[in-house]
Design a protein around this ligand. Structure first.
Ligand SMILES: *Cc1c(COP(=O)(O)O)cnc(C)c1O
Length: 380
């Protein structure tokens, strides 16, 4: 029996990571500051995003994105955010944390939000659109961006899969969003153990978010008014903030991973090209449309098949363990009261498979997965 092939296996540069973590431990500094500051700087320099604040997770970032926009723009409870049903629940939970209402629009052949469906879902209470670049694919983000600009809506980019996605035109994903949120969870494209980054377009919101991630504590007001170093315990607390900031151990892991991210993503793209070739013309195996002109991070390689659950079981029996990204969130009890039907998302939810994709896969293993998929689908 061949070795099992798993969906995701994170690759850490163990010696380099341990060396970077050792620096934290020897210095006696594992928390906020030090490596977190360095990682924010390096991430900004690499992506050319104007601001970046390091967090404990992307889920925390999505919550803060809506919290700060709601506060700054004076949104009210019950105001609406148009979002996708085909995502990890973090995206939509963030809307509910802030008392806002998720309104699900349908996806297109990229499995990202369809701009025409977004437009149909707009109401006088719509305040924002939450776009998810599924698998690192920008889909028709540019059209959604233009629609938001036309209608005066905020655009929040859930870029959890988009670390290293370069858009058509050469800017990094998030460059023209009001806020973008990246995940550095272990299976994402820039793996730490758990962390994320929130990147606001506006400096004021970047300043503000730094208080919210540390329980609402504002040290600046006192460091400005008192001479440096004195009365360190004298800070102001401005809001009911959260403990959401990232720490130096995670930042140390992130700094190492960032050095390899572009090469890693290039390797993902070449594995995807092997899948494309090996699955070309396979009857009953549908593809997902990739946005033209971009350089995608390729967090996922997705296909669509009828009878997905049985196909998954048959692949498992051959030692191949794909995944599903995602089940339509309106199948979950807490999201079932969706006002608009999303038939394409529902169909994709029943058919989509994420084939194994990670840096330890060989091209031979990718061919083995593709051959098994062809065989299983043809035998049905
Ligand atoms: C992983 C993921 C998140 C959450 O990221 P965490 O860092 O684990 O909180 C949010 N949205 C999507 C689409 C994700 O895949």
């Amino acid at each position: 029996m061949d070795d099992p092939i798993h969906l995701f296996v994170p690759t850490f540069r163990v010696d380099e990571v341990l060396e970077a973590v050792r620096e934290c431990l020897e210095k006696g500094w594992t928390g906020l500051g030090y490596k977190t500051v360095e990682f924010e700087e390096k991430w900004r320099a690499h992506t050319r995003l104007p601001h970046a604040h390091f967090l404990s997770s992307a889920s925390a970032g999505l919550h803060l994105a809506l919290k700060l926009l709601k506060e700054e723009r004076g949104w009210e409870d019950g105001d609406e955010v148009v979002t996708t049903p085909l995502t990890f629940v973090s995206t939509n939970h963030a809307i509910l944390y802030e008392g806002l209402r998720p309104v699900f629009a349908d996806v297109d052949e990229s499995l990202c939000l369809d701009p025409a469906s977004v437009e149909e879902c707009l109401s006088p209470r719509t305040r924002a659109v939450m776009f998810v670049g599924l698998g690192g694919n920008p889909g028709r983000y540019a059209e959604v961006r233009a629609l938001c600009a036309r209608r005066g809506l905020a655009l929040v980019l859930d870029a959890a899969h988009m670390a290293g996605t370069w858009m058509d035109g050469g800017s990094h994903a998030g460059a023209d969003a009001d806020v973008s949120v990246f995940s550095y969870q272990a299976v994402k494209n820039l793996p730490t153990a758990d962390s994320g980054m929130i990147c606001f377009a506006e400096k004021r919101l970047d300043d503000e978010v730094r208080k919210w991630t540390w329980l609402g504590i504002n040290k600046d007001t006192y460091t400005r008014t008192l001479s440096a170093g004195t009365y360190k315990w004298m800070y102001d607390v401005e809001h009911l903030g959260f403990k959401y900031h990232g720490n130096s151990i995670m930042a140390a892991m992130g700094l190492v991973a960032l050095k390899y991210m572009e090469d890693d993503n290039a390797q993902r793209r070449s594995l995807c090209a092997v899948y494309d070739e090996a699955l070309a013309g396979a009857a009953g195996v549908g593809g997902v449309a990739m946005a033209p002109g971009c350089t995608p991070s390729r967090h996922l390689y997705q296909v669509l098949v009828e009878g997905r659950d049985q196909v998954m079981t048959a692949l498992n029996a051959r030692g191949i363990y794909p995944g599903v990204h995602y089940r339509d969130n309106t199948v979950y009890r807490m999201y079932k009261d969706a006002p608009f039907p999303c038939p394409r998302a529902r169909r994709a939810s029943e058919r989509v498979i994420s084939l194994p994709l990670h840096l330890r896969l060989s091209q031979g293993e990718v061919r083995r997965v593709a051959a098994a998929l062809r065989e299983v689908v043809a035998g049905r």
